[in-house]
Design a protein around this ligand. Structure first.
Ligand SMILES: [Ca+2]
Length: 450
């Protein structure tokens, strides 16, 4: 009898605990800018005033050693959505709009497990509003990869007003239906995101992914007009002469959108238990600023992938902290699944790490070994670059002393080079061996409403 009572008590405690754990699970909002650099925004001493993004840093944690997985769009998004190196997802390159390029047919394959799929299977409502860039064909659509709702575009960029991609096709979707809307894309993305929050607040928990277009080209501010027409001739980067000023306007408008999201959380009284992450998908072009970092988008110098990232979770995370832990886009999946208790729902071994203890500062910053493509490795303070684009010699940099990568120490430390070259080969060979293969022709009918 005593044993029976004890078992019943344990069962009761277990039920209370799991019910509470479920009720307490935080909402998660992941806002990502497109091509925003380390030296662009206020809380990174940048040249553009961004009070709303800065408020997340004040209310939470600002990372100084956060990196996009890729130095261009699609690879970072592939890693962010799967928690894996982009090579393993078969997307180490940009999925392009032009159909005469075989990379046009690539995308996120049905065999992958996405962050959205796991969150959805764990009872979360899921939505994405903005840029997908993980495949043009219906099988690649976000609603086929764990998102309940999708409004936005699947290519790398659209006209901010006409929503036409750089191949001259209309690219604005509601789930799998091509359905244009009137408005400046930054405003539309924000409006859909805040409406999603209003719809789902205080029901079941939600995962909201807000991949903004700003400040990617075409450089168009909110007061401009459409440049692109279907089948027309246009300059991809837009018709504005003062492109740097347009860039600033685009970032300011995105920052206001972040403010609208924060206001929606306050309006619904869910700010305290909602994790809000803001980050970028790669470094800035020469139009923006990567601060003191060398290189730009498209290169493996720090300016190509060390980017802004701030996060707040008022209920649990510390406030107004600067965090030096090395972190990559692919770490968010393991971190979010760890926090929400959904890790066991994902059967894959992830490349990303759960960094919650580092964010909480219950663990001191730790050294890691990570790669960018098959040519660049970071291990602790060391950065190895094999000969590559804009770097035709082998490079070794000590980032603890030389964040601008100005002194190549390869000749001085040949033993370190040898060790890191071997580490990179091992990591890279493993990723290549496990890589998902991509189709070399159209996998299904484009623009269909299947
Ligand atoms: Ca980008």
């Amino acid at each position: 009898m005593i044993r029976f009572v004890r078992i019943m008590c344990l069962a009761y405690v277990y039920l209370i605990f799991t019910a509470d754990a479920s009720a307490d699970r935080p909402n998660v909002i992941l806002v990502m800018a497109d091509d925003l650099g380390y030296g662009d925004i206020g809380c990174y001493d940048g040249w553009i005033k961004t009070p709303h993004i800065d408020s997340i840093a004040r209310n939470g944690v600002r990372f100084t050693d956060y990196h996009s997985n890729g130095n261009v769009c699609s690879p970072t998004r592939a890693a962010l959505m799967t928690g894996l190196y982009q090579q393993k997802v078969g997307i180490p390159f940009v999925v392009v709009a032009a159909e005469n390029n075989v990379n046009h047919f690539a995308g996120i394959q049905p065999s992958e497990t996405t962050l959205a799929e796991v969150m959805k299977s764990g009872g979360y409502a899921t939505g994405i509003f903005g840029k997908w860039h993980l495949g043009y064909y219906p099988r690649y659509n976000p609603v086929r990869h764990g998102f309940d709702e999708f409004v936005g575009y699947v290519s790398g960029n659209v006209d901010f007003f006409s929503h036409i991609d750089q191949a001259g096709n209309l690219d604005w979707w509601r789930a799998t239906q091509l359905k244009n809307e009137d408005g400046y894309s930054t405003h539309l993305i924000t409006a859909h995101a805040t409406a999603f929050i209003d719809r789902h607040a205080n029901k079941k928990p939600f995962f909201l992914y807000v991949p903004h277009e700003a400040p990617h080209y075409p450089y168009q501010g909110p007061a401009d007009k459409a440049d692109r027409t279907v089948g027309g001739e246009f300059e991809n980067h837009g018709s504005r002469v003062d492109k740097k000023q347009a860039y600033r306007e685009m970032v300011v408008e995105m920052d206001k959108g972040v403010g609208e999201i924060l206001k929606a959380l306050q309006r619904n009284k869910i700010e305290d238990n909602t994790i809000v992450i803001f980050c970028s998908d790669n470094g800035a072009t020469s139009l923006g600023s990567n601060g003191q970092l060398r290189g730009t988008k498209g290169t493996n110098f720090e300016g190509g992938h060390r980017v802004p990232c701030v996060v707040q979770w008022p209920a649990k995370f510390p406030k107004n902290k600067t965090n030096p832990q090395l972190m990559l886009s692919m770490d968010w999946m393991a971190t979010i699944l760890g926090i929400t208790g959904l890790r066991e729902k994902c059967s894959r071994q992830l490349d990303g790490h759960d960094l919650t203890e580092y964010i909480l500062e219950t663990r001191r910053p730790g050294e890691r070994t990570v790669m960018w493509g098959d040519s660049t490795l970071r291990s602790g303070k060391w950065k190895l670059m094999l000969p590559q684009k804009q770097h035709d010699e082998l490079g070794l940099y000590d980032l603890s002393q030389d964040i601008s990568e100005s002194k190549n120490l390869a000749a001085k430390y040949p033993a370190v080079v040898e060790l890191l070259v071997a580490d990179l080969k091992e990591l890279s060979d493993d990723a290549e061996m496990r890589a998902t293969r991509q189709p070399v022709e159209a996998p299904d009918t484009p623009n269909s409403a299947k």
